[in-house]
Design a protein. Sequence first.
Length: 253
Amino acid sequence: MSRFQGKISLITGAASGLGAATARRLHAEGAFVVVTDVDVKKGEALVDELQERAEFHALDVTSEAMWMAVLALVAERHGGLDVLVNNAGVGVVADIESTTIEQWRFVHAVNVEGTFFGCKHAIGIMKGRAGGSIINMSSVAGILGAPNLAAYCSSKGAIRTLTKSVAMHCAKMGYNIRCNSVHPAFTDTPMVDAIAATSKDPARAKAGLAKAIPLGRMGEPSDVAAAVAYLASDDARFVTGIELLVDGGLLAQ
């Protein structure tokens, strides 16, 4: 498969979980993959695994200066950017009464401001290409409320509507840059493991999450990566501003 032959992609939070799965999927379909993360060791290990058509850059998505530096380097080396996946994200298990202002600001800095910086500055180097695709990783928690994920729900809801604003701006300006959000349900990733670990019986907690999904299992990172690849590809050239659920039917109930 070579849907992304000659395409330059950048993925944040790509050292593990959904980001790593997405990097592998786009790479397998021919893309040059720019892996970015704060975890340098894991990020470099992924690039070593991919071997060719891949490079790693350390990126703290909360730093606008780092965003600008990394994107400038990508533009210099590769002539621009075709696909941006704003995947980096964090969560804190806490309800509205117990969430501290420090937790609130941390979650929003990574999830919302990181996505904002990515969209804002990637558009500048995408405009010189024939077009581009921005995919923002939201969640079913950006549509539904979870009692113990106050900051996370708020941040993912913000990503959902920011995506639509970016999509409409790019359409109005005639940039041919599409922007869509992806909304996974419970997926077998380190973040979900961390959430389950806060319960007395993590294995039972994960089993309960799987049981809540109509298809009877938690999602796999490859399920989400496939959805991202669709939105990144020309197969979705007339798709912008949508929220793509990858939830095993959770929100259809």
